[in-house]
Design a protein. Sequence first.
Length: 269
Amino acid sequence: MLCKLCGSDKLSKLFTVKNYDIWRCAVCGFGQVQVSLEELKTFYDQSYFRGAKASFAQEEETPASPSHRFWLERQLDAFSADMPLRLLEIGPGLGGQFGQYLREFKPKVRYEAVELSDFASERLQARGFTIHKGTVSDPEVIGKCVGRFDLVIGTEVIEHDPEPRLFAESVYKILRPGGRCAFTTGNLDGLMARFKKERWYYLDPPAHVSYYSARSAKRLFGDAGFSEVGIWLVGFNYIDLKLRTHLPGILFLADLFSVPSGMVISAIK
């Protein structure tokens, strides 16, 4: 077995969770689970979104939370407010919170999405969103999206994709020159992950099958051709805490000491 990110054979078993072995690469720090795309496609059915297979449930037309709006606006701030913006979201799920938010408050942003689940895709299309059914690396999806988007985003989605290199390379192809991408995911080297070990909630196969550290994320997007790769070691729980308490410096300190379970990966083509 080789590392799916860097190709090294220096893998060691980290934990066994839900009868799935989680392996970590000693070279790049990437964590992975051996699971097929066919298994994932059947996993994300209607029962998944209803909470039968996950620790949460999704409802249609879910409003974006304050922390998610804060994060999205942070990504949009990188662009001029006057420019026409094409945005692609990967894995919006059933809720479609960003699509709804942009429709209501940012009508100049042209929103489209890629969604693996047949059920979620059909429900989002019924609400009038342009949805590309499949994965971001599907040739048909790339053919429709290549070079068209200024911004590609995904919240808690990159850990669901079992092929990290294909994911990053596909995002690169979809972006126009100078375009940006941003993804939130778990931080395998974060203080909470190291403290909780196999009890860390993010270790959740077969839903989560790819686990990133700052080191592995930088390598992945750098190898895919991105000119700038940034890591912000902050998750939504800490953004929410900042918005509720207005404590000065809380996000700076969380990032500095790599405390949160989550992190943000951003890159420029």
